[in-house]
Design a protein. Structure first.
Length: 420
């Protein structure tokens, strides 16, 4: 079962080693008494392989980081995984891998994380991007298309995409899915045909706001190319970060389940609050809620006491941010319009606090920041039950009204996300 593998993956040899906690190997170099064997091994490393024996040098591989890679690959249902210094280093390696095959053209669907959008649009890596609607992927493919890139649920609107349809449209071109928001607990894109599954491990995988990292789960051949690029460009995950990310995986299912349950409750309460105009909550669940208050979003954030105004997400404490000012400031207005990232949109990353404390903070801030809603707390403390009959009629979850999409999620919660 998924929860069991989350605890044991990457650790299967520990008992035989006679140790319980994962050893941290901080070596930058390793003794090489057999030079001819080391020379041959180096040839293999340069090809992106992982030969048996000495790691030789810290930029080639690291035993602690390797445990995290093996574990994440297993949880995503992929043959292998390659870890990087950050989510953006992982995105960069995927774009370089495509460019190395002479394929600099990318087809992508908005919205994407702001810096990913910026990296594609700015051409900093020589990439050329065609932005399409989800049903326009196949038509946009060219002989030099190296990747189809999507996020679902997307940052920051939580718009959802049909991965099987996108994989079919992409055909032979690798579909890269940024699975940062869903995590493998809620969604394993490789099972729907994605060839590369990317995470900002900084978020849910680490889960405590104290480690940066990125990782790509993929087939064996793609992993070889990504390792070649990592070896040549050096965007390594530090062994301590590898240790913390592996430790994070062991609590990932329980953290995501708890945060998702709280987020679904908060989404439902926000949806019935008179000072809230719109709520976006994914049909697959998750710890993120996006909403648009009737009043000034800046005032609302300033009125919060428990919830921390900060970028990033997926940690133990609840964070809120204003995408148009922060995470998606780097993209231009047209891109924000295309991604439906409105000026009032707030993105809430629900942590592990009690949901009633979070609601107390949110509802008090909603009242303080919106003079117009004097009756807010009375209505909000008794949220209307979600209507099941609405759940099937909503095929466009992107901008679905909250009561509709929340009802989908409440059904999902009963089936326990950790068993997906
Ligand atoms: C944060 C984030 C990234 C970038 O990851 P870093 O670890 O900050 O480099 C990429 N994609 C998504 C969806 C993110 O939320």
């Amino acid at each position: 079962m998924f929860e069991t593998r989350a605890v044991h993956a990457g650790r299967d040899d520990l008992a035989a080693l006679g140790t319980h906690a994962v050893p941290i190997d901080l070596s930058t170099t390793y003794p090489l008494p057999d030079l001819p064997a080391a020379a041959l091994a180096l040839d293999a490393y340069a090809e992106g392989a992982l030969p048996e024996g000495s790691p030789i040098y810290g930029r080639l591989t690291n035993p602690t980081v390797r445990r995290f890679e093996v574990a994440l690959a297993e949880l995503e249902g992929c043959a292998d995984a390659v870890a990087f210094a950050s989510g953006m280093a992982a995105v960069t390696a995927c774009l370089l891998a495509a460019a190395a095959r002479g394929r600099r053209h990318v087809v992508a669907v908005r919205p994407l994380y702001g810096t990913t959008d910026h990296l594609l649009t700015s051409g900093l890596l020589g990439t050329e991007v065609t932005w399409v609607e989800p049903d326009g992927v196949a038509r946009a493919l060219r002989p030099d298309t190296g990747l189809v890139m999507v996020e679902t649920p997307a940052n920051p609107t939580l718009a959802e995409l049909d991965l099987a349809d996108l994989a079919a449209q992409a055909g032979d071109v690798p579909l890269l899915v940024d699975n940062t928001f869903a995590t493998p607990v809620l969604q394993q894109p490789a099972r729907a045909g994605a060839r590369m599954v990317l995470h900002s491990a900084t978020k849910f995988l680490g889960g405590h706001g104290d480690v940066m990292g990125g990782v790509v789960a993929c087939d064996a051949q793609s992993a070889d190319v990504l390792r070649q690029i990592r070896f040549a460009t050096g965007a390594l995950l530090h062994p301590l970060a590898g240790y913390l990310l592996l430790r994070g995986l062991s609590t990932l299912p329980i953290r995501v389940a708890k945060a998702s349950a709280s987020a679904a409750i908060l989404a439902e309460r926000l949806a019935t609050h008179p000072a809230v105009e719109r709520v976006h909550y994914p049909s697959i669940g998750g710890a993120l809620v996006a909403f648009e208050p009737a009043g000034d979003p800046m005032e609302l954030v300033a009125a919060l006491r428990l919830i921390t105004p900060a970028v990033s997400l997926g940690g133990t404490d609840t964070l809120i941010q204003h995408p148009a000012s922060l995470t998606h400031r780097v993209i231009d207005d047209a891109a924000r319009d295309e991604g439906a990232i409105g000026p009032k949109l707030l993105r809430l990353s629900v942590g592990l606090e009690h949901e009633d404390d979070l609601w107390g903070d949110l509802s008090a801030a909603l009242e303080r920041s919106s003079g117009a809603s004097a009756s807010a707390s009375a209505t909000a403390s008794a949220p209307a039950p979600a209507s099941d009959s609405d759940s099937d009629s909503d095929s466009d979850s992107t901008l679905a009204s909250a009561s509709v999409s929340v009802s989908v999620v409440m059904l999902h919660q009963e089936t326990s996300p950790a068993h997906v």
